[in-house]
Design a protein around this ligand. Structure first.
Ligand code: PHE
Length: 315
């Protein structure tokens, strides 16, 4: 019997043998019932046999249960050599990337971020920026006018007016926001992100402006050496006004931003004395900078929300 128990290989067989031994009609049950007819030695022997067999059943049962468990685990074993199911992870949009990067750089230069409304009144978008009614410069930007005379902000320059009105000078800020113009081609969309820096204090000069632009572009494009070309330009709210080009791959010159020394009329419009304070402003499209940084051919792709494009472009 003892050998038999040890050689059983399934729980079912073990259970069957247990029942035929210790069950109601089991062999051991029957023998135990007859115990009263046995002498002391025989009783002791039977008791010992009974106890030993029960112990053996228990041991074999736990061995077999363990074996079943192990077999189950064996089947579930992880195969780490299998190719993983591709994970559909979200990532930051390239525009978010470039905005974060730009903000970090400007903040490290001491500029503070400001925002403003997308629907602007005439004063903040044009008049205070030295662009009165019927000024020809209003045609430089194809403006979306609203019925009540407000406009969709055409430039984040409006934010600098709001900042100077509320916080006064000295001020070192950058405005961030979407701007709107009636434009539609590979490098212009009707809505684009603009950033505008403003630094007004005593004794601020054009070389401070060019120094900050150079430092900013070097950091943003992660280049050791950038070549800039400063061209005279015209904006009603700066004088002198410049346009900054940067030498790109294949020796092409790319227009990067407009800038200049803030026009005295703009300062006066914000209650600032231009004989005491002066400074500079610069403005650029942060989506255009993203296009250059990430080598994107069409600006409009940035606004299509097409996940396939984002993935194929490596984001
Ligand atoms: N606001 C100008 C534009 O929309 C850019 C600019 C900003 C130019 C600040 C000079 C100074 O093009």
């Amino acid at each position: 019997m003892q050998e038999q128990i040890k050689n059983i290989n399934t729980l079912e067989e073990l259970q069957a043998l247990y029942t035929s031994t210790f069950g109601k009609n089991g062999t051991m049950t029957a023998r135990l019932k007859e115990m009263k007819n046995l002498d002391n030695d025989a009783r002791a022997a039977l008791n010992l046999e009974n106890a030993t067999l029960r112990e053996l059943f228990k041991t074999r049962q736990s061995e077999l249960e363990q074996a079943v468990l192990m077999a189950g685990l064996q089947k579930q074993k992880l195969d780490v050599s299998l190719n993983p199911v591709p994970e559909n992870r979200g990532t930051l949009h390239p525009l978010t990337h470039s905005l974060t990067c730009i903000s970090k750089i400007l903040e490290s230069f001491g500029y503070t971020m400001y925002t403003g409304p997308s629907v602007e009144d005439d004063w903040h978008n044009f008049t205070a920026l030295n662009t009165p009614d019927h000024h020809p410069a209003r045609d430089m930007q194809d403006t979306f006018f609203l019925a009540n005379g407000n406009v969709l902000r055409t430039q984040t320059s409006a934010i600098q007016i709001r900042a100077m009105e509320t916080d006064g000078v000295p001020i070192k800020m950058f405005g961030v926001g979407c701007t709107y113009r009636k434009e539609w081609d590979a490098t212009h969309g009707p809505m684009f992100g603009q950033i505008e820096g403003l630094y007004i204090d005593k004794n601020i000069t054009m070389s401070d402006l060019i120094g900050d632009i150079r430092a900013f572009l070097t950091r943003f494009f992660e280049l050791d050496n950038i070549e800039l070309r400063i061209r005279p330009s015209y904006f009603p709210f700066t004088d002198p006004s410049i346009e900054v080009d940067m030498k790109w791959k294949n020796d092409r010159w790319l227009e990067i931003m407009g800038a200049g020394m803030v026009h005295p009329n703009v300062l006066r419009n914000c209650g600032i004395d231009p004989d005491v304070y002066q400074g500079f402003a610069f403005g650029f499209g942060w989506d255009r900078l993203a296009m250059l940084k990430y080598n994107l051919p069409d600006l409009r792709d940035l606004y299509n929300n097409d996940v396939r494009w984002l993935k194929s472009a490596g984001f």
